[in-house]
Design a protein around this ligand. Sequence first.
Ligand code: ASP
Ligand code: MG
Length: 412
Amino acid sequence: MAILVQKFGGTSVANAEKIRRAAETALRAHQDGYQVVVVASARGKQTDELIADAKELNLAPPRREMDMLLTTGEQQTISLLATTLWGMGQKAISFTGQQAGFKTDDAYSKARILEIDSKRILEKLNDGYIVAVAGFQGVNAVGDITTLGRGGSDTSAVALAAALGAERCDIYTDVDGIYTADPRLYQKAVKIDTISYDEILELANLGAGVMHGRSIEVGKKYDVPIYVRSSVNDIPGTLITHEVPEMESILVSGATIQKDLTKITLIGVDHKPGNAARIFAHLAAKRVSVNDIIQTEVSPEKANLSFTVLHDDLDVARQAIADIRTEVHCQSVMVREDVAEISIVGVGMQSHYGVAETMFKALADKRINIDSITTSEIRISCLVDLEQAEKALVAVCDAFELDKPAVERQMK
Ligand code: ASP
Ligand code: MG
């Protein structure tokens, strides 16, 4: 019998009515002949509330204790779900991360799944139960509770789907799929029917905020089709899957804006082997994650080195640079917080010409200056003034006709 994993996010289980609807969805799939595993998040904003509770008592709560606390949110949901299912006459059982066999490393608050021993789940499925599993959590080698990082239930669900060899992992959420751009900023955005793991990974990392980035990596690695759909209606959602030939004929699948960035430039760094390594080793040691690195030679002796960091990491990054500045003979440091990054993503740009030109021209036509440009094989990003960023997004979306369904945008 085919297995289906259904994941319900916090808003989709926020109250009794929504939990009942989630239970009905699971029951329907069961009646359709699937063995069903439901992975659930904490109800509503409960995780945020628990974090606030802890911070009221200690501004720097120990990570181990936070994991102990936060996992209680998911435990409530799964028990309520199983209880609801019993009320509907359906056998059901809830499992914590540990009971479901999630073994993780011991990086509290951002643990990685090492292995899933799904024996107990399989036994219960074969006995006709619907199994409700707490998302976002696991257990480390010494038996302590860990969490996978904010938004980690997506990763629990996809990893479990992989471990169980599920036919698909359905992600039920409060949006009805993934759009070509954020509809709040580009009202004409349209829903994407099918998109590749690689494109979603770029979009997730660029702050499109649709899904936990690691869940997509797991889906890609283990070939799990992921279907993002609405928990309130039955309209078709977005399927995330392997690249298929038709995807290549679509130049750009989506566009994003990222506003929480700061650009840091080290001006006049000594241009000699080992300096870049020294600077980034120092930033890494302070756990600053760095994006979009650009180095340019300004003379045989000197180079400028720019990169972006999240606003959240700015203070630590400043400190790290202050520590290393004299060692690399950096003449001055420039920090720009009023920037935003506009990106386009599409597997089709690997095999077509003129994509970059179209993007730059769209910005130029609106008299938007590009501060810097970075690319990957399937992405082009431009840093622009924060003030002009939303206008830039709209211009780029229009240029690539992201208001039209993909079939109408296919290149011959
Ligand atoms: N409840 C956790 C969070 O809010 C995990 C999740 O929802 O995916 O981050
Ligand atoms: Mg989420």
